[in-house]
Write a protein that binds this ligand. Structure first.
Ligand code: NAI
Ligand code: MG
Length: 366
């Protein structure tokens, strides 16, 4: 297969974890005889300082011309972020416009922790049991993040408003993706919402309840988001299956899920649109550990696996990467975020060494 891939390295640990992801991409490319043309383009806070825009016009063109976009995290530490005018900060000026441009409405965030790796989790192994295998599907281009943002007068009775809107079609299309996924995996679907308080959530539940009728083979359960947050820690394996979430609730619960399995560095993601998709680590740019070669590249390498599976329809290549990632962990290698003193068997390695080991596994497997 020949494809053009846009690479947006982003900020903070972005370039470090992208470098490892590109290494792994190259290993799969060689092994399976594909040809990928990589086009690097500036995106994020550094792009603002260098180019005057966090999503420069030339980057838009590169993305328009690419088959898939591979994006690293963007953003800086809070105090540095204050040097950027609000409309040019990476979330408002780059990520949301990227999502909107390609209408990437379905965000796949797999939360996987095999029982064998239960010690990664801060939760007791007997609670992790056979393992966690949840596919969180988050609506990514609607709701409060995309609603009007209004700030009241600078003096006197000050106020701020964020509008939250969901149309029937916006809910229907992501719910349909989630039910199809549950059919494929022969698992249940948990619909998450806050229908006891929010009008948008009541409507969300009504639309999803309705769609569930068309999928009698999928066990369907609806859960309030606060209860879901509780269950996710109390008994995460109970939620094994597909979880369907609206935009903001999904943002929060997917980070919590990263905590449950041991690190945000274990959270890859794919953002799927009708014509174009992009993949990204689910976390931010981790300025606290940037430039030290200690970040966990699993999230970015796993995003490459999701790209093969979800965007290029090459499931064997995806599986090759997952097998290699878990093989590295099973040999006891971890990056610093997962290192625990109590596990003498563990060997803490750098970001670069982790990527090298994944490549070795891919090369060694016949
Ligand atoms: P963060 O997700 O960057 O980091 C939270 C914590 O997780 C930190 O302690 C960090 O060191 C750790 N962490 C994250 N990824 C890791 C990895 N791969 N390996 C090891 N440890 C990892 O959240 P934070 O610090 O709130 O945000 C930093 C910046 O990222 C901000 O500017 C924020 O706006 C931006 N951001 C960007 C996102 C994106 O590009 N999609 C998403 C979320 C935040
Ligand atoms: Mg987030």
């Amino acid at each position: 297969m020949e494809k053009t891939l846009a690479i947006l390295e982003g900020d903070g640990i972005g370039p470090e974890i992208i470098r490892e992801a590109v290494k792994v991409l190259g290993a799969v490319e060689r092994k399976y005889g594909h040809r990928f043309t990589l086009q690097y383009a500036p995106f994020g806070a550094q792009a603002y300082f260098d180019e005057g825009s966090p999503f420069p016009e030339k980057t838009r063109e590169t993305c328009d011309n690419a088959d898939v976009i591979i994006k690293g995290p963007v953003g800086l530490a809070l105090e540095e972020m204050n040097r950027i005018p609000p409309e040019h900060r990476p979330e408002i000026g780059a990520i949301l416009p990227l999502r909107k441009r390609y209408d990437t409405f379905a965000n796949f965030r797999p939360v996987r922790l095999p029982g064998k790796l239960a010690h990664f989790s801060p939760i007791r192994p007997e609670i992790i049991g056979e393992g966690i295998d949840i596919l969180m599907i988050r609506e990514l281009v609607g709701g409060i993040y995309f609603g009007a943002k209004i700030e009241g007068p600078a003096t006197g009775m000050r106020y701020a408003t964020d509008e939250c809107t969901y149309s029937q079609e916006q809910i229907r299309r992501v719910a349909a993706v989630a039910f199809e996924e549950a059919v494929k995996r022969s698992c249940g679907l948990f619909n998450i919402h806050k229908a006891n308080v929010l009008a948008t959530s009541r409507f969300w539940k009504e639309v999803v309840d309705d769609i569930s009728q068309a999928y009698p083979q999928v066990p369907y359960q609806s859960l309030l988001v606060d209860n879901a947050a509780y269950q996710l820690v109390r008994n995460p394996a109970r939620l094994n299956g597909v979880m369907l979430l609206e935009n903001m609730q999904g943002d929060i619960l997917t980070d919590q899920a990263g905590g449950v399995i041991g690190s945000l560095g274990l959270m890859p993601s794919a953002c799927i649109g009708p014509k174009k998709s992009y993949v990204e680590a689910a976390h931010g740019s981790a300025p606290d550990i940037a430039g030290k070669n200690i970040a966990n590249p699993y999230s970015m390498i796993g995003s490459i696996a999701l790209m093969f599976d979800r965007c290029l329809n090459l499931p064997d290549e995806a599986e090759e990467i997952w097998l290699a990632l878990f093989a590295v962990f099973e040999q006891g290698y971890v990056t610093q975020d997962l290192a625990q003193d109590v596990h003498a068997r563990q060997k803490t390695i750098s970001t670069t060494a982790f990527g090298d080991l994944v490549v070795e596994h891919i090369q060694a497997r016949s």
